[in-house]
Design a protein around this ligand. Sequence first.
Ligand code: NAP
Length: 203
Amino acid sequence: MPGNTAYFGFLEICTPRVGETVVVTSAGGAIGSHVGQIAKIKGCKVIGITGSDEKGKWLVDELGFDHFINYKTTDVDTALTKVAPEGVDCYFDNVGGDLSSIILRHMNAFGRISLCGVISAYNEDIKASTIQRPLISFNLKMEGFVVSRWTDRLNEGIQQNLKWIKEGKLKYRETVYTGFENTFTAFTDLFKGVNIGKAIVKI
Ligand SMILES: NC(=O)c1ccc[n+]([C@@H]2O[C@H](COP(=O)([O-])OP(=O)(O)OC[C@H]3O[C@@H](n4cnc5c(N)ncnc54)[C@H](OP(=O)(O)O)[C@@H]3O)[C@@H](O)[C@H]2O)c1
């Protein structure tokens, strides 16, 4: 499921082109780490936003991301200006909230934003707020999705991801919790950023 979420949610909505700049949030997570690697396969420059230097180093040293920004210790606005002065063409959004507000201000004209998740604000009230301003000014296209939209193409995503894994172009990690009694901890740890890659409970 995370593999197909990354594959279809990124390629179908962001429609990345060679040489474009891609930003992905929760980049050290299951979907984010996968999206960044697909973006590299497609010839893009990739910046991962994550909450720990350990995850960031994994993204750059092992997965081939061009840069990482630790949003917990770094001013993302300043850092993004430094690593992507050319602006951002594609944004794969796993988190929403203030982090996404900052990234929206760095979008290039006709940029594409894929709305996958909103982990920073799942419990918030829904507000239209001021998001329209950058969307209008930069002629942006923003689209949300649920992966089940591509159920009829399920095998295409699985086969392509498998091929990239076998070719060594796609790597993944799992954070495994053992025992059903640890399910609650595994879930709440997602909100603290404890997991690297996919969080799994082995029963
Ligand atoms: N649209 C769909 O069909 C679909 C399908 C599956 C999942 N999703 C959504 O996609 C997103 C990613 O899923 P996943 O399974 O790959 O999870 P994940 O990214 O592996 O795990 C969650 C990660 O989110 C980050 N995070 C937590 N709170 C945050 C905050 N307030 N601000 C910024 N980052 C925060 C943490 O990493 P840091 O260390 O970076 O903070 C944490 O490790 C989730 O929002 C999930 O609900 C959508």
